[in-house]
Design a protein around this ligand. Structure first.
Ligand SMILES: N[C@@H](CCC(=O)N[C@@H](CS)C(=O)NCC(=O)O)C(=O)O
Length: 209
């Protein structure tokens, strides 16, 4: 099993999830601009989409798209999924929201568009996180245990620190709970990222999203 990733990018979500699952895997970093992997390979020849995450299974088949990669991890390690008749549906619902509504809303911030687009993106991210937080009991999205959706949300909550976007109190708790998890600390250290200790003091080496 091999995960292609870039430090601090959205691929940190499956990286954390794989650590949480206790699955053995290899990592290979990708330069998102150069499209070269750390071993010098042309990443677009491996994944024509040219973006991370890309997970190569032991069978040699490749899975891309965070939603699918995270769902795959949850099928390997059901404690990272959601139980009950609607469990899988709720997981996909949340992963889809994170991917298409939250993650995508960050894009103008990473490409440094004009002030208007940047301000609008910040507002959109904040508003979508408010909607997601509404009615959550915590500490994680679905209660006392983290799911793969929390891994994805956590990466977005690191990005809000980077861009100084205020987040709901429930997500301050969630981010703090995630930061204390050994799997999160291991994955962040492996990606060369400093684990935030105090709100607002996050020194990052983030990839471009
Ligand atoms: N649709 C993809 C998007 C993944 C994505 O945006 N990856 C970013 C890093 S967070 C990336 O690799 N960007 C470089 C590029 O698109 O060239 C997913 O949901 O997994």
């Amino acid at each position: 099993l091999k995960l292609f990733y870039s430090p601090g990018a959205c691929s940190l979500a499956p990286h954390i999830a794989l650590e949480e699952a206790g699955i053995r895997f290899q990592l290979e970093s990708v330069g998102l601009k150069s499209k070269r992997t750390e071993s010098g390979a042309d990443f677009t020849a491996i994944n024509p989409k040219g973006y991370v995450p890309a997970l190569v299974l032991d069978s040699g088949e490749m899975v891309t798209e965070n939603l699918a990669v995270l769902d795959w991890v949850a099928t390997q390690s059901p404690s990272l999924g959601l139980q009950g008749p609607l469990g899988h549906t709720r997981l996909l619902e949340t992963l889809a929201y994170l991917s298409t509504e939250v993650h995508k809303s960050f894009k103008p911030l990473f490409v440094e568009r004009n002030d208007y687009e940047t301000a609008r993106a910040r507002w959109t991210v904040a508003q979508r996180l408010e909607l997601l937080a509404y009615g959550r009991l915590g500490p994680y999205l679905f209660g006392p245990r983290p799911s793969v959706a929390d891994c994805y949300l956590f990466v977005m909550l690191l990005w809000t620190m980077r861009f100084g976007i205020a987040i709901p109190d429930a997500f301050l708790v969630l981010r703090g709970s995630m930061v204390n998890r050994p799997a999160v600390q291991k994955a962040m250290a492996r990606e060369g990222l400093r684990v935030p200790l105090v709100e607002g003091t996050f020194q990052k080496r983030m990839g471009v999203a």
